[in-house]
Structure formats: structure tokens, C-alpha cells
Design a protein around this ligand. Structure first.
Ligand SMILES: [Mg+2]
Length: 399
């Protein structure tokens, strides 16, 4: 049996080709993509990588905990490693994003792409284009035309206005404009309130009802997160009422236990847990199985960075839902494009006329571009089972 022998933590801050203003975080304009990167290495030299989106130095002190909880452990014992991540979560530190790094090792040791190790047979995922910025109706029409010309047949847009008539007019305009060519869905981003940079509207059940009525009238494919994520009873009432499918569940840090409970009480029609936030690959697939049993749909959220995209692609390809649901492809020109989004991954994950070919190399299926990593990132923590190096001065150079 191999064991986890070493761990390294990096911080990466890579420039975006143009500023990007995510609708879900009003007031923020991102000029760089920032994330923590972990590399676990076994005593046989097999590497597992993962990365998690970041705001600043919030995970700078994580190294010692990782060394204590994971070094010396069997990288293939995902149940035991997940339990260790849960121990961190009990302490208030949610780090489900570590779990895919162990799967990366496990699949490399098996010589298989992860989704095949997990029993998946879907080598190609049909995508929807997932837009991130708010736009006026003219710019939205141009964006939809561009995605349509690239081969996409479904596009998800965003609304986040305090005036509900602005939101309704926006989705109605684009849905009717693209009618017959492209299906539109909308993410209301109400489930998690990210108000640290600016104010955001908070929808009531009544406002959400009026919105889903309008969405159904113009034939939207689904409405995502129209209510606060902890209002389970209200979400279930809205879903029972709505003529358009309601989707959600991306960032529920309690993972499968909460999401399956929500599924049983009728909260959403489509579940979208992101493995990096909501319990890892293993719990994502547990949610997929529950969705199958309950007659619901499943397709993971992917909007963080290239690592989040590919980890969730493996979950989707293994879930059995790839033939039924579209997979999220984050794309918002000119700022959020594959080169910027995937930052230090050697071959950015590109689509091919609205489809994504799953990587066929063992593990998660990417290579780190070490030149870019040393240009845009720094290693600030290294530990083996024998020694520890903590290098805060490296972090200080980036901040
Ligand atoms: Mg969403």
C-alpha cells in the first residue's frame, strides 16, 4: 500500500485577459483569478492536485492541519480521508476541495481517467454556455449570437436587479429574441448572499413566484436559485408551484446529507452540487444516485476555475446523467475565457461546438504548467512525514 508522503500548498494569482464583474458578487471587479493549490505526493511519487477559489489569505494556515490529518494515510481510502475532511469541517473549516486530489491519485494508480474508474461511460459532455456578468438587453443579444455561432444551443444568463421588472424584461427579451435557435435559462443567485462588496436584492417567495411565471411564459429551460438556500420549505413550495424547473444546490457545504434531505422534501427539480464545495466527488455521486431514485435531475455547478470545471466534469460523466442534462461551461468574454479561467493548466479546457471531450489520461486529466505556476504562484507550505517548511514570506510577496 502506498501512503501520502508529502503535501505542498501554493497560492496562485494569475491575471485575467480583461476585468470580469461576476453578477453574484455586486461591486466586485476581478482582474485576476486567485486560488489555493494543493499537491499531495505519495511515497511512490504519484501526485494528486486540486485547487480552491480564494479571496485572500484565509487558507494560509492550513498546512499543519493537512500534514497532521493526511500524511501517512492511504490515498485510496476515500472514506477515511473524507472523514478527516469532515473533522476539519466540524472545526469550521470546510475544505471538500481536497478530496478530488485523493481521487486524482487513486485514478492515476488505477491507470484510468477518474470518471471511468467511477464507472462512467460518457466520454463526451453536452454543454450549456454559462455567462457571468449582468448586461443590458442589446449586449445580451450579442452575447447569445456569439454563443450560438460557436455551437451552443443553451445559454444561462444572470439577473440581479433590485427592480423585478428589469429582471423579467431582460429574460423575456433574450428568450423571445433567440426563440427557435437557443434555449435560455437564468441564474438568480439568491441562494447565497455575497454582499461583501455591495448590496444585493433578496427575493421573497412572492417575487420568485412572479418571476417563475414570467420565465415559464417565455419558455426558459430552468430557473436557478430563485430563493435563499436555507429556506427549504419556501423553495419546496415554489418548486411545487412553478411551471419551469427549479435548480440549485451548488454550494451547500453540508454536502449530500443536506442535499438529499432537500431532494426528499421537494426543494429543487435539478440538483447542482459542486464537488469542490459540497462534499467532494463521492458525495456528489451520492446526490446523483438520490436524484435518480427520486426522479430528479442532476448536473454539477462548475464556476470556480479550471480545476473545479474538470473535477465536476468527472462527476457528471460518472453520474449517469450526461445523456439527460447539460453540463455547465463558464464563459464570459472577454474576461472569463479558458486561458484565464484555467490559469496554470497546460491545456485549457476548450469546448468543441458546445461539447466537451473528457480527458483520457489517468487521474483528473490535466498537467500543471510549472512555468506559469512559478510565474503566478508561490509555494508557501511544504511538509513531509519528516519535516515542515512554512514560508510566509513567499505569500507576502503576492499580497
Ligand atoms: Mg448557479
Amino acid at each position: 500500500m502506498s501512503v501520502l508522503d508529502r503535501v505542498e500548498l501554493y497560492f496562485v494569482k494569475a491575471p485575467l485577459p480583461a476585468p470580469f464583474a461576476p453578477s453574484w458578487m455586486p461591486g466586485l471587479v476581478r482582474e485576476a483569478i486567485t486560488f489555493y493549490l494543493v499537491r499531495f505526493i505519495t511515497d511512490e511519487g504519484v501526485e494528486g492536485w486540486s485547487a480552491f477559489t480564494s479571496g485572500g489569505r484565509e487558507r494560509a494556515g492550513l498546512g499543519d492541519t493537512l500534514a497532521k490529518l493526511f500524511l501517512g494515510e492511504d490515498p485510496e481510502d476515500i472514506d477515511r480521508l473524507s472523514e478527516r475532511i469532515h473533522i476539519m469541517a466540524v472545526g469550521g473549516n470546510f475544505n471538500w476541495w481536497l478530496e478530488p486530489a485523493f481521487w486524482d491519485i487513486k485514478a492515476k494508480q488505477a491507470g484510468l481517467p477518474l470518471y471511468k474508474l467511477l464507472g462512467g461511460t460518457d466520454d463526451c459532455l453536452r454543454l450549456y454556455a454559462s455567462s457571468g456578468e449582468l448586461r443590458d438587453t442589446g449586449a445580451r443579444r450579442e452575447e447569445a449570437e456569439a454563443r450560438y455561432a460557436e455551437g451552443f444551443r443553451t445559454m444561462k444568463i444572470r439577473v440581479h436587479d433590485f427592480d423585478e421588472t428589469v429582471d423579467i424584461e431582460h429574460v423575456s427579451d433574450i428568450a423571445l429574441y433567440m426563440h427557435g435557435r437557443m434555449t435560455i435559462s437564468v441564474d438568480c443567485n439568491q441562494a447565497f448572499r455575497l454582499t461583501q462588496f455591495g448590496k444585493a436584492p433578496q427575493w421573497s417567495l412572492e417575487r420568485a413566484r412572479r418571476f417563475v411565471d414570467a420565465a415559464a411564459d417565455v419558455g426558459l429551460a430552468w430557473v436557478e436559485e430563485p430563493l435563499f438556500g436555507e429556506w427549504h420549505e419556501e423553495i419546496a413550495r415554489l418548486t411545487a408551484y412553478s411551471r419551469v424547473p427549479i435548480a440549485g444546490g451548488e454550494l451547500h457545504v453540508m454536502g449530500a446529507s443536506e442535499l438529499i434531505r432537500m431532494a426528499k422534501m421537494g426543494c429543487y427539480n435539478i440538483y447542482q452540487p459542486d464537488a469542490m464545495f459540497a462534499g467532494g466527488v463521492k458525495q456528489g455521486l451520492e446526490v446523483a444516485r438520490a436524484c435518480r431514485e427520486l426522479g430528479l435531475k442532476f448536473t454539477p455547478h462548475t464556476w470556480t476555475n479550471g480545476f473545479g470545471f474538470i473535477v465536476n466534469a468527472h462527476v457528471h460523466a460518472a453520474s449517469g446523467f450526461a445523456g439527460e442534462t447539460l453540463f455547465e461551461y463558464p464563459l464570459d468574454e472577454p474576461g472569463w475565457v479558458p486561458e484565464g479561467r484555467d490559469a496554470i493548466i497546460r491545456e485549457p479546457f476548450r469546448h468543441d461546438r458546445g461539447w466537451f471531450d473528457m480527458p483520457q489520461t489517468p487521474g483528473l486529466g490535466f498537467e500543471i504548467d510549472h512555468d506559469k505556476l512559478s510565474k503566478y504562484g508561490c509555494c508557501f507550505y511544504k511538509a513531509s512525514r519528516r519535516e515542515v517548511h512554512w514560508m510566509p514570506e513567499a505569500l507576502a510577496k503576492i499580497f
